[in-house]
Design a protein around this ligand. Structure first.
Ligand SMILES: Cc1cc2nc3c(=O)[nH]c(=O)nc-3n(C[C@H](O)[C@H](O)[C@H](O)COP(=O)(O)OP(=O)(O)OC[C@H]3O[C@@H](n4cnc5c(N)ncnc54)[C@H](O)[C@@H]3O)c2cc1C
Length: 369
C-alpha cells in the first residue's frame, strides 16, 4: 500500500512522521526544490497542536524550540492608550508558546528517514492511481493525501469549493535585528504580541526568534481588488511604506515610527477562507488535510489543526493498515467536526477584529466580567 502525501508543510510532515512511528512508510512530494528554497514566515502559536507532536514523539524537541515569552501580549488603541499587558512569568507552563515556523518544520523534517521527502515534485494531476508532476514525471499510489495548503490542487479531486476573500487585506513589513537597530522600538513591542486595534485598520507586531519584528497592517472591510485600487504603490516598496505612514495619520507617532523603521520588503496579502464546515463524500483513494481541507482566518488555529489532522489520519491508518477506506472515513468524521468548530471560532474572532470597537471588545475578551 503506497501512501503519497502532496505537500511538505506542517500537516503533511506530521502525517508522515506519525506513520513512521507506527512502522508505515509514506512518500512526501513537495514542489519546493529544498527545505531552504523559501522563507517559512514568522511565528506560530501552538496550543492544541501539541497533542499531535506528542503522538509524533516530538514533544521534547518542541519544548526545546518553543518560546514561552512569545505568549506576552500588549493591546493598545490608536491614540497610544495601553489597554492590556500580560507578561509571561519565568515558570509559566507552555500552554500557547510561540515557535518559529521554520524551526517546527525542521523538527518534523529531521524526524523522517532520509529520502521520505521528494523535493522539486509539484503535483499537477492524479488519474487512476497515477500522480503526475509538473516536470512530466509520475508515480503510483494507493492513497493520495492532499496536504498542499491554501491553494491546493488536490482539493479539486474532492470538491469544487475554493477559498474566497473575507474582507480583509494584510500588508506585511518588518524590522530586522531590532535590538541593535532600534532598541527603543524593541522595548515598546516587547517579547511577544503587540496589537493596536483601530476602526478599519489594525497593526500587529510580533518578535520573531531571529530578532526580526514582523508587522502586519490589517485593512478591514476591503474589496477583493483592494491591492490594485488602494492607491498604495506596492511596486515601489519605499513609496508604499511612505504611503502607509500617511495612512496612519492621527495615530500615536510611536506607531508611525514603527512603520518608518521597516526595511523595504512590503508584501500585501488578501485574507481568504474556505466555507465553514466544508465536507465532501468520502472517496476511495484520496483525502485532504490542513489548509487544503479547511483554510480559515489566520487567528491562531490553522497550524494547530494541520498538526492534529496529520496525527489523526496517521493514527487511523495505523489502526487499519490494510483498509484505507475505513481509516479515511474515520479520520474525515473526526476532522470535519473538530475543524468546523475551529473555523467557526476563527470567523468570530476575525469579525471581532474587524469591528469598529475591536480594541474594547478584545479587552473584554481578556478581562471577562
Ligand atoms: C500570517 C499567518 C500567521 C499564522 N499564524 C498562525 C498561528 O499563530 N497559529 C496557527 O495555528 N496557525 C497560524 N497560521 C496558519 C498556518 O500557517 C496554516 O494553517 C498551516 O501552515 C497549514 O499547514 P498545511 O500543512 O496545511 O499547509 P502549508 O504549511 O501551507 O504547507 C503546504 C505545502 O504544500 C506545498 N505545495 C503546495 N502546492 C503543491 C503542489 N502542487 N505540489 C507539491 N507541493 C505543493 C507547499 O510548498 C507547502 O510546503 C498563520 C497563517 C498566516 C498566513
Amino acid at each position: 500500500m503506497t501512501i503519497a502525501i502532496v505537500g511538505a508543510g506542517l500537516g503533511g510532515l506530521t502525517l508522515a512522521r506519525v506513520l513512521h512511528v507506527h512502522g508505515i512508510e509514506a512518500v512526501v512530494y513537495e514542489r519546493e526544490s529544498s527545505r531552504h528554497a523559501r522563507g517559512q514566515g514568522g511565528m506560530l502559536d501552538i496550543h492544541s497542536g501539541q497533542r499531535a507532536l506528542r503522538e509524533a514523539g516530538l514533544v521534547d524537541g518542541f519544548h526545546a524550540i518553543a518560546r514561552a515569552e512569545g505568549q506576552d501580549m500588549r493591546l493598545l488603541e490608536p491614540d497610544g492608550t495601553l489597554l492590556w499587558q500580560e507578561d509571561t512569568p519565568e515558570d509559566a507552563p507552555l500552554l500557547r508558546p510561540e515557535v518559529d515556523r521554520a524551526d517546527l518544520r525542521d523538527l518534523l523534517l529531521d524526524s523522517l528517514p532520509e529520502g521520505t521527502v521528494r523535493w522539486g515534485r509539484a503535483f499537477a494531476s492524479a488519474d487512476g492511481g497515477v500522480l503526475r508532476f509538473a516536470d512530466g514525471g509520475s508515480a503510483t499510489h494507493d492513497l493520495l493525501v492532499g496536504a498542499d495548503g491554501a491553494g491546493s490542487r488536490v482539493r479539486a479531486l474532492l470538491t469544487d469549493a475554493r477559498p474566497a476573500h473575507i474582507g480583509r487585506h494584510v500588508v506585511e513589513l518588518g524590522i530586522p535585528d531590532i535590538d541593535r537597530t532600534r532598541p527603543d522600538l524593541a522595548a515598546m513591542v516587547g517579547r511577544g504580541n503587540y496589537w493596536v486595534l483601530g476602526d478599519g485598520l489594525s497593526l500587529a507586531a510580533q518578535r520573531n526568534g531571529d530578532g526580526r519584528v514582523r508587522i502586519g497592517l490589517g485593512f478591514h472591510r476591503t474589496a477583493e481588488d483592494w491591492i490594485a485600487t488602494s492607491g498604495i504603490p506596492f511596486d515601489d516598496p519605499a513609496a508604499a511604506k511612505a504611503r502607509l505612514v500617511d495612512l496612519l495619520a492621527g495615530w500615536d507617532p510611536r506607531f508611525t515610527a514603527l512603520i518608518a523603521a521597516c526595511d523595504d520588503v512590503v508584501v500585501p496579502r488578501p485574507i481568504t477562507a474556505l466555507p465553514i464546515g466544508l465536507t465532501w463524500p468520502s472517496t476511495p483513494g484520496v483525502t485532504l488535510l490542513g489548509d487544503a481541507a479547511h483554510l480559515m482566518p489566520p487567528v491562531g488555529e490553522g497550524a494547530n489543526m494541520a498538526l492534529l489532522d496529520g496525527a489523526s489520519l496517521g493514527l487511523a491508518l495505523a489502526a487499519h493498515p490494510d483498509d484505507h477506506p475505513t481509516a479515511v472515513a474515520e479520520y474525515e468524521r473526526e476532522m470535519f467536526e473538530r475543524t468546523a468548530a475551529a473555523a467557526r471560532m476563527s470567523a468570530d474572532v476575525h469579525e471581532l477584529l474587524m469591528s469598529p470597537d475591536a480594541a474594547r471588545k478584545m479587552l473584554a475578551f481578556f478581562q471577562p466580567g
